[in-house]
Design a protein around this ligand. Structure first.
Ligand SMILES: [Zn+2]
Length: 208
């Protein structure tokens, strides 16, 4: 079994009935439980990879053992992923885990916005929270105020998880009219297409 790293075998075989890989993987499935640890300092209990922010729980059907692993290992070793009782094909499993990740990022943004709205009595911030709950994105103007105040209040957040919408001409106009400081403040939340748009409007990327 040269194709399986020794540490993976050492981690999973003692918790499985089968004595070899990949047979032992067939006893395991993703339970649907995930944890966002907020800080990327967790370890994958399968491959020992460090620096994980998200844990996905897998369980052995026969021994009942559970392991917190990274989503990459679930896909790489084809640990079963189910949706309403049906085992997903590999490409479906990849999409399902990506969707779960997207959901956790959205929830992380909402937690940051909730903390912010609680920290400051400011109508713009409570409106931004309501807006994000509804649209799962912010307007450029909301994004600017939100990032400014998140930083000012030292509220932990990842700006790349937030989405900014430019799907109305008024939002594009707002983006074009923004002072450079504000554009740079929301830059990390912009997609590469949106950054290109900002540059077309006369803005420049922030210094590295
Ligand atoms: Zn792993």
């Amino acid at each position: 079994m040269d194709s399986f790293p020794k540490r993976v075998a050492e981690n999973i075989l003692p918790l499985s009935v089968a004595r070899t890989l990949p047979a032992a993987f067939r006893e395991w499935h993703f339970t649907g439980q995930t944890v966002d640890h907020e800080i990327p300092e967790e370890t994958c209990r399968l491959c020992d990879k460090e620096g994980l922010r998200y844990h996905f729980e897998i369980r052995n059907d026969q021994t009942g053992h559970r392991l917190d692993v990274g989503s990459e290992c679930i896909l790489k070793f084809q640990v079963a992923v189910f949706d309403e009782g049906r085992e997903l094909e590999p490409d479906e499993a990849r999409k399902a885990l990506a969707e779960r990740m997207r959901q956790m990022r959205l929830e992380s943004c909402l937690r940051a916005l909730e903390r912010l709205a609680a920290a400051e009595a400011n109508d713009i911030l409570s409106n931004a929270l309501t807006y994000y709950r509804l649209h799962k994105s912010l307007t450029p103007k909301f994004a600017n105020v939100v990032f400014w105040r998140l930083q000012a209040n030292a509220i932990d957040h990842d700006p790349t998880f937030f989405k900014v919408r430019l799907d109305k001409s008024s939002y594009v106009t707002d983006l074009g009219a923004m002072p450079r400081r504000n554009i740079h403040r929301i830059w990390k939340a912009l997609t590469s297409a949106q950054r290109k748009k900002a540059i077309e409007l006369g803005h420049s990327a922030p210094p590295e």
